[in-house]
Design a protein around this ligand. Structure first.
Ligand SMILES: Cc1ncc(COP(=O)(O)O)c(C=O)c1O
Length: 420
């Protein structure tokens, strides 16, 4: 694929840092470096690092690795971790195309750099409607045009994608060439795209020459034994740039995410990092690596299955509480992964913002008004509820309070809610 034709002028103008570009040579065995002005690690006060797990297991961090990670390192991340993650992608997604991998400061760091790599003034970017507010906030600061594609209980709708692309050009603008999707446990909708949907969407992207940015931090939080295969695993052309995150499965404070895809695009992200944050934190990477390396791929799998079953139990309990408190007051799809329920308020409510921001908060309940997730703003009766961090009792009480708020609002709208 001609990746250069997708790059923005800004991205094409990026030059590798002359000093960072030397780093791979410095990493070679036997090399004597009079290059970068790295601080001498002998002056650092830290001596060693030990991790204690909740199981009681203690991991004494390898002394050489520790010394290395105290210093500046490669932009693409600590090599042993980068290699381990590459191996994970092989085991989990079995990509059919060659790929590179880079580690970032959370996946957010890499997603925003990747998007920026493709945006010139007016560039159309296809996104799900609704979509993740963190990426929307970034995109809204960019000179691009957001093109929302409708979703339903099975994620992004292929027919809608096809219709939008077929009906292009709008005002003679170039057709979109970038699609940003969250295929598993979508934020905010909580639902996942089926394998069949992914195949359909992939072939539409093939037809129209579209690159897929697959943002998949909830991939390992699918409530099923056999995870739905990723776009990366379907890819035969090198048109998928995938983003994973350790935030939802190891720790969000580690700030570690990784991008997997065509080496040319990975290099371009690295060149961006070379002039911004330089690299992810060495200490964070080491805390992740030492554990992952001890676990191996089977241990990692066992861990993520425990995490997903934790959230599955939470989701089940939450849905039961929704049935109890919200029947007639709201509608929702059952989440199949992740941490969210996307709920439509009934009772004649057309805009959730005022109801949630003023009336729900007055009753001490916080939820996110749906407007935050709409690519082009506007009114919506939807609200995102997160069940990840509340106890059963808290969820019970929060939904009870929310039901009162909706009931009062419905009464103001002259709507009587029946069957409750
Ligand atoms: C869909 C989605 N993408 C990306 C991120 C960012 O995750 P990270 O912590 O890896 O930066 C989040 C975090 O909530 C998210 O929901």
């Amino acid at each position: 694929m001609d990746y250069r034709s997708y790059l923005s002028d800004e991205s094409k103008n990026r030059q590798p840092s002359p000093i960072r570009a030397l780093a791979p040579f410095v990493a070679r065995k036997g090399m004597i470096s009079l290059g970068a002005g790295n601080p001498n690690p002998d002056t650092f006060p830290y001596e060693s690092m030990q991790l204690t797990l909740k199981t009681g297991q203690v991991i004494q961090v390898d002394a050489e690795h520790f010394k290395k990670c105290l210093s500046y390192d490669l932009t693409s991340g600590f090599s042993p971790l980068n290699q381990w993650l590459k191996g994970l992608q092989q085991v989990e997604h079995k990509p059919k195309v060659e790929f590179g991998l880079t580690i970032g400061v959370g996946s957010q760091d890499l997603i925003t750099k990747a998007l920026q790599m493709f945006i010139n003034p007016g560039t159309p970017i296809l996104v799900e409607n609704p979509t993740y507010t963190g990426v929307l906030s970034f995109l809204k600061s960019q000179p691009c045009q957001l093109v929302g594609v409708s979703t339903d209980a099975s994620g992004l709708m292929p027919d809608e994608l096809q219709r939008i692309l077929q009906e292009w050009p709008i005002h003679e603008k170039p057709r979109p060439r970038i699609l940003y999707v969250i295929p598993s446990g979508q934020n905010p909708s909580g639902v996942s795209a089926s394998f069949e949907r992914k195949q359909e969407i992939y072939s539409i992207c093939q037809k129209y020459g579209i690159l897929i940015l697959e943002d998949d931090p909830y991939y390992y939080l699918q409530f099923r034994k056999d995870r739905i295969p990723s776009y990366l695993s379907i890819d035969v052309d090198g048109r998928v740039l995938r983003f994973d995150s350790l935030s939802k499965i190891l720790s969000s404070g580690l700030r570690i995410g990784f991008a997997t895809g065509p080496q040319v695009l990975i290099d371009q992200i690295n060149i961006h990092s070379q002039s911004t944050n330089l690299q992810p934190s060495g200490i964070s990477q080491l805390a992740a690596y030492e554990l992952l390396e001890k676990w191996g791929y089977d241990g990692f799998d066992a861990h993520v299955r425990k995490v997903s079953s934790f959230y599955e139990d939470k989701a089940k309990a939450f849905i039961e509480l929704l049935e109890r408190h919200m029947k007639g007051y709201a509608e929702w799809d059952i989440p199949d992964s992740g941490m969210f329920v996307w709920m439509k308020l009934l009772g004649g409510i057309t805009d959730s913002k005022e109801v949630i921001m003023t009336k729900a908060t007055a009753r001490n309940v916080v939820a996110v008004p749906g407007e935050a997730f709409l690519p082009n703003g506007g009114m919506t009766p939807y609200v995102r509820l997160s069940f990840s961090n509340v106890s059963y009792e808290e969820a019970d009480e929060a939904l009870r309070r929310l039901a009162i708020v909706i009931q009062e609002e419905a009464a103001l709208n002259g709507v009587t809610i029946e069957n409750h």
